[in-house]
Design a protein around this ligand. Structure first.
Ligand SMILES: *[C@@H]1O[C@H](CO)[C@@H](O)[C@H](O)[C@H]1NC(C)=O
Ligand SMILES: *[C@@H]1O[C@H](CO)[C@@H](O)[C@H](O)[C@H]1NC(C)=O
Ligand SMILES: *[C@@H]1O[C@H](CO)[C@@H](O)[C@H](O)[C@H]1NC(C)=O
Ligand SMILES: *[C@@H]1O[C@H](CO)[C@@H](O)[C@H](O)[C@H]1NC(C)=O
Length: 523
């Protein structure tokens, strides 16, 4: 968003002084408020804008490592001593190179639907928080991981109306417990096309490619326009061949069952509008909101539900884009985005009751950490949009809240994740003094020099010893509602990490690294 230049030459210094006074006052008031609050022992100490918060910086550097652990293919500059090349023949059966991409979780599946979501969220994080990542030397690694994923997605889309959405058969894959480097089983492929459409997975892949095209726009224009071309084709394919992949390929229901494709269509169109500024995509979200957007009902951002992400992303336009601030077609999205935010702030009149006693957002038993982390990420984004556009407050019922209330909520979720919880357990592996040691992850559980294969490898699943390899940066599923956690390797419900969790946590931590907020502009 281009800032309008000041209208007169001599008032700018005066405004400058006013701003300076406001900043000094804000800092003084914040320090005084903080000094009187005993429950916020480890809050960020207010400092000059740009000062790095070490806790979140350390956590971000750790979180980023999990992407390297999950990489398939012929590795480049591999930094993980117990990882090597794998999946080199993936795609062979269709004469495609599908060797790259990311393994989904503790197994060796490459599921296109969550992988594309990972790429979309990682792109979003980079687009907003590139400066923060760069200050910790994490920007290049993040872009490398993103390209590793979008290279796969490009190859998985060999023609306009064909997309390969899965490498490996989960039923076959789960009969083995082995290292990715030694797997030798057949890796079957699953695809969607006009006969077997899968609108949500095609649209999510379009979203990923449109978002990534913005990331690479300056550093690699050729790659960026190739991504954009794929994104547009995939959106058309998704939109004009409507049907849920879960309905058309029922086998996927057991793993990544989609509850509908309307959210992905809106999400993809929103990203395509950001990438192209082509009004067709904006018209699409305006026209289809009533059918798909569930206006007024806050929901939870996840690999299955893109609505809250779409609401926040479209609000970005109303904050930053001249001419769209009062846009009728975007109003429902903006209002629902606020409703989402109002649900998250604990002392809001419409606060959600989906929380643990310790204050962690808690929605589901499987992968419980996904929702607090995704919610906190959206909250910092919204808070930063407000700060950057100079909007001081928003209302929840009869109470008004500030960007700092959203940021405080986001920090509370991050702090809980990093160990401020009854178990005193960091759910981010490798961070802090106590973290899960029996993570459900094949590669981490098997010594790199073990001479075991598919079946005899199960002894490593059953082993009573902690994992020989630390899966640094893995964000595991997390606690029960009663805030207990069982650190057992067979506990895939609580103790299995996923790559899409990593994208969300990298976004959240990048946003928390500095106290100041002035977003990287991407349109
Ligand atoms: C904080 O405490 C000091 C001394 O106890 C008091 O003078 C001050 O008014 C308090 N500030 C706030 C914001 O409550
Ligand atoms: C998958 O989602 C659909 C739509 O929500 C639902 O009807 C179906 O029961 C789900 N399948 C499984 C196996 O959970
Ligand atoms: C916590 O909840 C889990 C899952 O519902 C249950 O199995 C466990 O017994 C509970 N633990 C305590 C201490 O209540
Ligand atoms: C994991 O293994 C333990 C010990 O063998 C057993 O008690 C528990 O039921 C198993 N849990 C699951 C989820 O299979």
């Amino acid at each position: 968003m281009a800032k309008s230049s000041s209208r007169c030459c001599c008032c700018s210094w005066f405004i400058g002084i006013l701003v300076l006074i406001a900043v000094v006052l804000a800092v003084v008031i914040t320090i005084r408020n903080k000094a009187n609050r005993s429950d916020d022992g480890d809050d960020i100490v207010p400092g000059p804008p740009g000062s790095i918060d070490k806790k979140y910086a350390d956590a971000l550097k750790i979180a980023m490592q999990f992407f390297d652990i999950q990489k398939s293919g012929k590795l480049e500059n591999n930094k993980i001593p117990w990882r090597g090349d794998s999946g080199l023949k993936d795609g062979n059966e269709a004469s495609l190179d599908l060797s790259k991409g990311l393994y989904d979780a503790g197994d060796h599946m490459k599921f296109g639907f969550p992988m594309a979501f990972t790429a979309t969220v990682l792109s979003w994080s980079i687009l907003e928080y590139a400066d923060q990542m760069d200050s910790l030397n994490q920007l290049d690694p993040a872009k490398h991981t993103l390209k590793w994923t979008t290279d796969f997605l490009i190859n998985a889309h060999p023609s306009a109306n064909v997309l390969y959405i899965q490498v490996g058969d989960p039923e076959v894959d789960h009969k083995c417990w082995d290292r990715p480097e030694t797997m030798s089983r057949k890796r079957s492929l699953t695809k969607i096309d006009t006969e077997t459409p899968g609108t949500e997975v095609a649209a999510e892949t379009a979203a990923a490619m449109a978002a990534a095209s913005l990331v690479f726009k300056e550093s690699d224009p050729k790659y960026s326009s190739s991504l954009l071309k794929h994104a547009k084709q995939l959106f058309d394919f998704a939109d004009s061949n409507r049907g849920s992949y879960s309905v058309n390929i029922p086998a996927v229901q057991k793993y990544y069952n989609s509850t509908g494709y309307g959210d992905e269509l809106l999400w993809a169109a929103s990203w395509l509008y950001h990438a192209t500024e082509d009004k067709t995509y904006l018209d699409f979200v305006s026209k289809n909101g009533d059918e798909f957007a569930n206006f007024g009902s806050p929901s939870w951002f996840s690999w299955d539900n893109k609505l809250p992400g779409t609401q926040i992303l479209l609000s970005r336009l109303t904050f930053f884009k001249k001419g769209l601030s009062g846009s009728k077609g975007l109003q429902g999205y903006k209002e629902t985005a606020e409703a989402v935010m109002c649900g998250l702030i604990p002392n809001s009149p419409t606060a959600t009751s989906s929380r643990t006693d310790g204050g962690l957002i808690w929605v589901a038993e499987w992968n419980a950490m996904q929702h607090p982390v995704s919610s906190a990420f959206l909250a910092t984004l919204y808070s930063d949009y407000m700060l950057t556009s100079g909007i001081e407050q928003f209302s929840c019922g009869d109470t008004s809240f500030k960007p700092s209330d959203l940021r405080k909520f986001a920090r509370s979720q991050a702090d809980y994740m990093l160990g401020k919880n009854p178990e005193k357990m960091s759910y981010l592996v490798g961070y802090g003094e106590k973290y899960p040691e029996f993570v459900h992850h094949r590669g981490a559980s098997i010594p790199a020099d073990a001479n075991t294969g598919c079946k005899d490898g199960f002894k490593w699943l059953q082993s009573e010893e902690p994992n020989p390899n630390v899966a640094y940066g893995a964000l595991v599923g997390g606690p029960f509602l009663n805030e207990t956690f069982i650190d057992a390797r067979n506990n895939s419900m609580q103790n299995e990490p996923s790559t899409y969790n990593s994208a969300l946590v990298v976004g959240l931590l990048s946003s928390l690294v500095t106290t100041s907020s002035s977003l990287e502009s991407f349109m």
